[in-house]
Design a protein around this ligand. Structure first.
Ligand code: ATP
Length: 458
């Protein structure tokens, strides 16, 4: 895909870390796995939840022009006739094993990819949508599809939202949910799977203001990834060429990330014009008109769609955060995850398993877990325990030692710098809160002190 692939991180290392530490497992692994389906383990589910929560916060909670929706996965089959999915994906398809462009085999002249000359997959009469039956009878009339995108649930609810929320243009509907595509070629771990999650916004605007809103969302969405801690140099915008543009799109940009396999799409931002609402009006017979109270005009809004993949965002965050540092004779593997994304925010580590220490540490653990995901670890040396937390991206460790029993102070150790401070246990929660929100570690609460280098446990 590109010559500029990153060096320190590769997909094998990410897959191995994910399996070893319980981020992501192959689906139904005991049966040999199910191709291109993945299960998020105890740490993965937290990371994924954090990605979704951060997105929801940015696009719904902190805005007054976007509201949320959770539409069902199964929709009336006419939806897919209106959207073009039924027709668009029912051809005999072949896909290039090299550049992944798909072609209708009945329109091809040779047996190689017309774009790059690569080898092609066997042709299949192929609809990208998973088909199933609703109710007890397996007949054509009861066919329904697992949605291949969440978008259509928002288009068909446009009037419901206008009528119940009294939202006026411009406004958006946001949704996070599962989508299913029977992809011809899969691979690159969770980058392309057959069951995945999307985070989509359908932003309805007055025709004529669409260009402006398109540019607005392009910038807004790019900044979201930067705020998540993804390095700017690993992100780029790429405009779709005329040939690439989907049938519904007037304009489209991808936000690409420099994955280990090269620059690949993280999110697509499209100006869909009035295509979707016009189609649904036609197929349902229901009006999709919007009445503008100010100008007294009726019109069909245009739609700007930022469509992101949850799983691709998770993968980009993992790849971007992955780091290795020399550590005496070994290598320290760490994830520089943004604190908002880290599956575990704080690990509580008693210096030894001896009773008075364990009791004090467990009390701290019980208190902190009311606020964040916390882990408690008393197995093996303190150095090893720090490394275990570094590898899963835990921003802070709190160490409870014998002196803590006397002076009621504990040590906070920070993941990236390995710096340590010692503070009164009574202000631990407030101090951690400030640090997790980005305060410098060395801003000390009353009674706190910088913990000297030679006193570090590891
Ligand atoms: P691609 O060209 O990589 O197949 P696409 O252009 O078909 O992707 P869209 O239809 O624009 O993808 O879907 C919006 C987003 O949903 C993508 O940017 C991606 O993040 C996510 N997505 C799409 N297909 C998959 C998949 N098979 N696995 C994981 N995520 C996906």
């Amino acid at each position: 895909m590109t010559e500029e692939t990153p060096t320190k991180v590769n997909m094998e290392k990410i897959v191995s870390l994910c399996q070893r530490r319980g981020f992501i497992f192959p689906s139904s692994e005991i049966y040999g796995g199910l191709s291109s389906c993945w299960d998020y383990g105890p740490l993965g589910v937290e990371l994924k939840r954090n990605v979704k929560e951060t997105w929801w916060r940015a696009v719904v909670q902190e805005r007054d022009d976007v509201i949320g929706l959770d539409a069902s996965i199964l929709m009336h089959p006419r939806t897919w006739a209106a959207s073009g999915h039924l027709e668009g994906f029912a051809d005999p398809l072949v896909e290039c094993k090299g550049c992944h462009l798909r072609w209708r085999s009945d329109e091809l002249e040779g047996d190689r990819c017309p774009s790059c000359g690569g080898e092609l997959t066997e042709p299949r009469l192929f609809n990208l949508m998973f088909k199933t039956f609703m109710g007890p009878v397996e007949e054509e009339a009861s066919v329904v599809y697992l949605r291949p995108e969440t978008a259509q649930g928002m288009f068909v609810n446009f009037q419901n939202v206008v009528n119940t929320t009294r939202k006026r243009l411009p406004f958006g509907i946001a949704q996070i949910g599962k989508a299913f595509r029977n992809e011809i070629t899969t691979g690159n771990f969770i980058f392309r799977s057959r069951e995945f999650e999307q985070m989509e916004i359908e932003f309805f605007v007055k025709p004529g203001s669409d260009e402006e809103w398109f540019n607005y969302w392009l910038e807004e969405r790019l900044n979201w990834y930067v705020k998540l801690g993804i390095k700017k140099e690993n992100l780029r915008l790429r405009e779709h060429t005329k040939e690439e543009l989907a049938h519904y799109a007037r304009k489209c940009f991808d936000i690409d990330y420099l994955f280990p396999m090269g620059w690949s799409e993280l999110e697509g931002i499209a100006n869909r014009g009035d295509f979707d609402l016009v189609q649904h009006a036609k197929y349902s017979g229901k009006s999709m008109d919007y009445f503008d109270d100010e100008t007294k005009e009726h019109f069909i809004p245009y739609i700007i769609e930022p469509s992101a993949g949850v799983d691709r965002s998770v993968l980009a965050c993992l790849c971007d955060a992955y780091d290795e540092e020399p550590d005496k004779d070994e290598i320290r593997v760490l994830l520089h995850l943004h604190p908002n994304l880290a599956p575990i925010k704080v690990a509580v580590l008693p210096l030894s398993r001896r009773e008075p220490l364990v009791k004090a540490a467990k009390e701290i653990y019980a208190d902190l877990r009311q606020h964040w995901m916390i882990s408690y670890d008393d197995a093996q040396s303190i150095g090893r325990r720090y490394r275990r937390q570094d590898e899963i991206g835990t921003p802070f460790c709190v160490t409870v030692d014998f002196q803590s029993l006397e002076d009621n102070q504990v040590t906070i150790r920070e993941r990236d710098s390995m710096n340590q401070i010692r503070i009164p246990a009574a202000v631990l929660k407030d101090t951690l809160q400030a640090k997790l929100e980005g305060e410098d570690l060395f801003v000390l609460p009353p009674g706190g002190q910088i913990w000297l280098e030679e006193k570090k446990g590891a």
